[in-house]
Design a protein around this ligand. Structure first.
Ligand code: KIV
Ligand code: NA
Length: 278
């Protein structure tokens, strides 16, 4: 299987071949995503919510992203891997942005990085691209600024909001981004932005007009996701219930002496065993 490139992704857009993206955070999730034929894996800072149990993505660190990206890279050696730059690890000073980016690429093994923001981070995006790092943008509902945005709500409903998002998307493309995630954006606006850009857009809660889709692993599988069910998520399995019931059975078996059974035991030569006493 051949790993996608930023060039092949642009071609997919031209050919109206939708790009499938899924988050993964460790070896098994990455391995299963690759085996299932996912196009791109995102080591999202949503790992703060779904793997580490934080309420927002804000506490996620560079070390967290490096650690999880390493595991994903070991599990999915043939898949294009994008990793999130965490809150405040970019956009403050150019030098720090580049140093943090280098760590995720070199130590983690990501092939590209994703940054939240529009016009205000375009100069940083340009610097990263000049340094040889493919950058994915992320606009609309940007969870790292949840407190600034006043909650997790749909973006682009007002005309001035829509205009700003369109300008942000164009600024990111101009700065050299190879793709842009649009999160919780109205369908008509996301479609218009996708039309206006040559680079592929990846939607989550952004309707049917994007060039690809992304979902969070634990949402898609109902794998103990801390979120209440969301309108824009389609669940494809109930892994959480499967796991809980399996563990309940194990607990019952141990308590009821049903496990281990004879077939799980190593039956040696009892004649060789000396009685402990007498
Ligand atoms: O962190 C994440 O999982 C993301 C996707 C939802 C786009 O940024
Ligand atoms: Na993210």
């Amino acid at each position: 299987r051949k790993r996608l490139t930023i060039t092949s992704m642009k071609k997919m857009k031209q050919e109206r071949n939708a790009i499938s993206v899924l988050t993964a955070y460790d070896y098994p999730s990455a391995k299963l995503a690759e085996e299932a034929g996912i196009d791109v894996i995102l080591v999202g800072d949503s790992l703060g919510n779904v793997v580490l149990g934080y309420e927002t993505t804000i506490p996620v660190t560079i070390d967290d992203i490096v650690y999880h990206t390493k595991a994903v890279a070991r599990g999915a050696g043939h898949t294009f891997i994008v990793a999130d730059m965490p809150f405040m690890t970019y956009g403050a000073s150019r030098e720090t942005t580049l140093r943090n980016a280098a760590r995720i690429m070199q130590e983690g093994g990501a092939h590209a990085l994703k940054l939240e923001g529009g016009t205000e981070i375009a100069a940083d995006v340009e610097a990263l691209v000049k340094a040889g790092i493919p950058v994915m943008g992320h606009i609309g509902l940007t969870p790292q600024s949840v407190h600034q945005l006043g909650g997790y709500k749909v973006q682009g409903k007002l005309d001035r909001e829509a205009e700003r998002l369109m300008n942000d998307a164009k600024a990111l493309e101009q700065a050299g981004a190879f793709s842009i995630v649009m999160e919780l954006v109205t369908e008509p606006l996301a479609a218009a932005i996708s039309e206006a850009l040559a680079i592929p857009t990846i939607g989550i809660g952004a309707g049917r007009g994007c060039d690809g889709q992304v979902l969070v692993y634990h949402d898609l599988l109902q794998y103990a996701s801390p979120y209440t069910p969301k309108k824009f998520v389609k669940t494809y399995a109930d892994i959480g219930t499967t796991i809980r019931e399996a563990i309940e059975s194990y607990v019952q078996d141990v308590k009821g002496a049903a496990f281990p059974a004879e077939e799980h035991a190593f039956l040696g030569h009892t004649s060789a065993v000396q009685p402990l006493y007498g």
